[in-house]
Design a protein around this ligand. Structure first.
Ligand code: DHB
Ligand code: MG
Length: 235
């Protein structure tokens, strides 16, 4: 066994992925327990076109906390799937809040609607079905009331287009969160030919070049493997 930088032998004998899961489970049990509606939403992810892509419980709770810190009343989500993160966000905006969530596939939207009904949240969530970019353009054309928080978690090659739309649908103080920006470290491969990685790299460049955005990126490990989030805020 190798020694760490302090010269001590690490006591942790876990394989790292096992330890990540155990720690996620520990905090999920203690800090971010799922009620039956969230458990059902997570399990129904299996019926979507992308099983197991929903955020982890601690990530859902982070989204909810961010929405509360911002005092968000209106949230826009790119990528619904079974609506797991949508439930965390819809609970955070409260009775008078609204979440608009954009989903490509009617099959997934149907699963999500059932989850929102089970969670008694249908009255504060709009599911817009179709390509998320098209739905966002419709919101722009309709001059939708600005959103306070945007969660971008749909097809990764479209991240730059979703950021551009988010910037048209928000004002000063709004927070924009982007999921899956690390992808097992692939984001740092400058010559990656994976269009999903390129989508993350392009949106990172766009954020960096935007004078009105403060942003950071946080790597995460856990039940979703090694990944991460960008968190940006409009000045
Ligand atoms: C993938 C997409 C996600 O949104 C996610 O959270 C995990 C994986 C994917 O494209 O593989
Ligand atoms: Mg994701």
């Amino acid at each position: 066994m190798t020694q760490n930088s302090l010269g001590a032998t690490p006591v942790n004998r876990y394989e790292s992925a096992t330890a990540w899961h155990d720690v996620d489970d520990y905090f999920a049990r203690h800090l971010t327990p799922e009620d039956p509606a969230l458990v059902a939403a997570r399990q129904s992810g299996a019926e979507t076109t992308m099983p197991n892509a929903e955020v982890a419980p601690n990530q859902g709770a982070l989204l909810g906390l961010l929405a509360q810190v911002v005092g968000a009343r209106r949230v826009l989500e790119f990528g619904t799937l079974a609506g797991y993160s949508t439930i965390w966000l819809a609970r955070a905006v409260g009775d008078h809040g609204r979440v608009v969530t954009l989903e490509l596939e009617e099959q997934n939207a149907e699963v999500a609607r059932k989850n929102f009904e089970r969670a008694d949240l249908m009255d504060r969530i709009d599911v817009l079905v179709g390509p998320a970019g098209d739905s966002a353009q419709r919101l722009i054309a309709e001059q939708a009331e600005p959103f306070d928080l945007v969660f971008i978690d749909a097809d990764k090659p479209s991240n730059p287009a979703y950021l551009a739309a988010a910037l048209q649908l928000t004002e000063s103080g709004a927070v924009i969160v982007i999921d899956n920006v690390v992808r097992n470290g692939a984001v740092a491969q400058v010559d990656s030919d994976d269009p999903r990685v390129q989508g993350v790299q392009a949106v990172t460049r766009d954020i960096a070049a935007h004078p009105g955005l403060d942003a950071t990126a946080i790597q995460t490990v856990g039940v979703k493997g090694w990944d991460g989030l960008i968190i940006a805020r409009r000045r």
